[in-house]
Structures are given as structure tokens and as C-alpha cells.
Design a protein around this ligand. Structure first.
Ligand code: MG
Length: 389
């Protein structure tokens, strides 16, 4: 990407964007590769993620609602894959508006959830609990790094996708900071520095995408009611009232979509303006200054940050942890924990390429890696084949 292609009156100084030029440290790959004739390194990374097997499996993984047909839920609900595509769209918009590297932002968005196990957060918690019994833990960022640096096998010259340093760093720094003492193996990723803005903005693009989408899917599922959302989420109520006033004869459902669209737009616009204000206040003109800023600069303004927190607590109480979802989470945990225990005693049931990892990774990590890669329906099928009921 050339910076000028994205330059708008609102652009940040070009030097704060992550550079995809051949002489930039950010495009370094573990295995040297000749440059592509007409694609930038970050555009190639986005394409590599898009063509990865683990990416395609996101279609079968829970975002909020399981992908199991037996649950009888709507085909319209987001999967981890459609959520990922929504995050990519928002990330590209924000990066482009700010004159940042939109190709890097897109690659980071496409890869941000690639390490998620089946059954969403319930599955992640269960896998983590099972591993803790063996002195290990499960973390979806670190699992994503394992996928892109090792598990994907597409190239005869190396294991993994051989992604640029900027994309691997962004995976490691997605929504959390690891300490160098606890994770010496991550030293390469500059743990004492903040990631570039393209990586920082993914966390917010992720939140904006799922908060608005989950209100939509939550209403559609009937688990939450429109009156409840209006009461608990003033940001939504304001836009819903305005949409009702503008479109008095529109179908109620379409007015809700219009309100959600305005909520999403307000959050994205606020993010763009807040990042610009913070970078300007810092006086930063180089990436180096972003990396050494006192804190992450990609945030919402205090007013919309407060609104984000309100939306999130509402969704936790009324949708993610609602009584209607409890049995689904309990079942997900049971499947993960039982299959984990079963494979620990019968590792011969794993495919050969997984079994080959046991001597170096240990049995518990190998079983967790295998389970983490599964879709919702695959894990249930295997669990049933192994006697689960
Ligand atoms: Mg996400």
C-alpha cells in the first residue's frame, strides 16, 4: 500500500502508519521470500490467512450461538467467520480514514479469531480448565500464533504461513499484553512496546462489530426483547427514537436495523476521531512514537467508551450468560472436557500428524491443539463416536 492512496484531509502523518515497504522491519518473514510482482507483503498475508484451512473452519465455530443444527437456531446468526469479515470491514474503514495501512489492518482482522476453539468462550474456558489439570493453560492468541507459525501446512519450503512480523506481533498483542518474564518465547514481538495503530484498532473494531451484531442476533433469537434493549442501552434508544421519527411507516424490524446501523456508525466515527485526537495531542509523526506512547491510543472517547461498557454489561447479563444459554454452555463444557479426557487415554484416535507432535509438545498440549481446531459439529460427532451422550 502506498500512503498517498489513502490520504485524506483526516489522515494522520504518514510516518505513524506501519510501513509495508521492503526495507521495513515489519515485513520480515521467518523464511526469506522474494517480493511478489504486484502485491504488498501485508496483502499477501491477508490472502494467506483467507486461504488457510483454519480460516475456513471458522464457518463452523460459535460466535454467540452454536453452529449445531440440532439447536434449531437461525442460519442468519453470525458464525466466527462472518464476525471476522465484519471486523475486517470495520478495520479497513478505520485504517483508511486515518491514512493508516489498511492492508495490514485487514490481515490482522482476518486472523484475529483464528485461534478460537469450538463453542466460543464456553469452549475456551473448558479447554483451559482441562489443560490446567496438567500445569498448562489455553490462550486463543497464543493458539493463533501456533496455527500461523506451525499448524498450517501449505508450502513445501516451510511450516506455517510465514507471515510478516507485523501480523505475528498483532496476533500476540490482540486485546492483551504479555509480560516478557512470563513469556520469554515471545521476545521477538517487542513485548515492552505498544503495537502499531493498525493492530491497536483491531481490538475496538472487534468490540464494535460484536456488540452491534449481538444486539441484532440477540433480538432475532428472541432471547432479548426490544424494550429491554431500549431500557438498558441509551445509545441504542436515542438512535431508535430518531429512526422511528424519520420512518414512521417502516417495518419495526427495519427500524431496528437502522438504529443498529447508526450505533455502529457512531462508534466507528468516534474511534476514528478519538485516535486522530490522541495522536495529534501526542504530536507523534513516527511509528516509533506510537510504540513508546504512555498507553494504547486506539480508544473511544470517554462518552462512547461509557456507552460501550453499558452495552457490553447488558449483553453479558441478558444474552451471553442468560438463563436461556446456560444449558448450551454446560453442554459445550461437558463435550470438551469429556473428549479431552478420552483422547488423553486413547491418543491413537488422533490423526497421525497430531500424534507426531506428542514427543515435542507433550500429550496434553497435543490433545488441546487437536480439540481447539475442531468445529462445533465435528467435536460433537467425535465425542459421540467416543461414547459421549
Ligand atoms: Mg473477535
Amino acid at each position: 500500500m502506498t500512503v498517498s492512496e489513502n490520504e485524506s484531509p483526516a489522515s494522520l502523518p504518514p510516518g505513524v502508519a506501519a510501513s509495508g515497504r521492503a526495507d521495513s522491519e515489519l515485513v520480515r518473514r521467518a523464511h526469506r521470500e522474494p517480493p511478489h510482482a504486484y502485491r504488498t507483503p501485508f496483502a499477501r498475508d491477508a490472502a494467506r490467512v483467507l486461504h488457510a484451512r483454519a480460516f475456513r473452519r471458522l464457518a463452523g465455530k460459535t460466535q454467540v450461538f452454536t453452529r449445531l443444527p440440532a439447536e434449531g437456531l437461525s442460519d442468519h446468526f453470525r458464525s466466527r467467520l462472518t464476525h471476522t469479515l465484519e471486523v475486517a470491514q470495520i478495520s479497513r474503514t478505520v485504517a483508511t480514514a486515518l491514512g493508516l495501512n489498511a492492508e495490514l489492518a485487514e490481515a490482522l482482522a482476518l486472523v484475529h479469531d483464528i485461534g478460537h476453539p469450538p463453542f466460543g468462550h464456553a469452549g475456551e474456558k473448558a479447554l483451559d480448565r482441562a489443560l490446567r489439570g496438567h500445569g498448562l493453560s489455553f490462550d486463543h492468541n497464543l493458539h493463533a500464533l501456533r496455527i500461523v507459525t506451525w499448524f498450517e501446512e501449505r508450502y513445501p519450503a516451510f511450516r506455517g504461513l510465514n507471515l510478516t512480523l507485523a501480523v505475528r506481533e498483532g496476533i500476540v498483542k490482540h486485546s492483551r499484553d504479555y509480560s516478557a518474564e512470563e513469556h520469554p518465547e515471545l521476545k521477538e514481538y517487542l513485548l515492552d512496546e505498544l503495537p502499531p495503530l493498525e493492530a491497536q484498532l483491531i481490538d475496538l473494531a472487534d468490540e464494535i462489530a460484536y456488540l452491534t451484531a449481538d444486539l441484532d442476533d440477540g433480538l432475532d433469537s428472541g432471547i432479548i426483547a426490544l424494550e429491554q434493549v431500549r431500557e438498558a442501552v441509551p445509545l441504542f434508544r436515542g438512535f431508535h427514537d430518531a429512526a422511528l421519527a424519520s420512518y414512521q411507516s417502516a417495518a419495526p424490524k427495519v427500524v431496528v436495523y437502522e438504529a443498529l446501523r447508526r450505533v455502529l456508525n457512531a462508534l466507528v466515527t468516534d474511534l476514528i476521531e478519538e485516535v486522530r485526537a490522541r495522536v495529534t495531542a501526542l504530536g507523534a509523526t513516527r511509528l516509533d512514537e506510537i510504540r513508546h506512547a504512555p498507553e494504547r491510543l486506539a480508544t473511544l472517547s470517554p462518552r462512547l467508551e461509557a456507552a460501550r461498557v453499558v452495552m457490553k454489561s447488558f449483553l453479558y447479563a441478558s444474552l451471553y450468560n442468560s438463563p436461556g444459554q446456560e444449558h448450551v454452555h454446560a453442554q459445550a463444557e461437558k463435550v470438551v472436557v469429556e473428549l479431552f479426557a478420552f483422547l488423553m487415554t486413547e491418543p491413537g484416535l488422533m490423526p497421525e500428524d497430531h500424534q507426531a507432535q506428542i514427543p515435542t509438545e507433550g500429550l496434553a498440549r497435543t490433545v488441546a491443539d487437536y480439540i481447539a481446531g475442531m468445529t462445533d459439529s465435528y467435536i460433537v460427532q467425535l465425542w459421540e463416536r467416543c461414547g459421549g451422550e
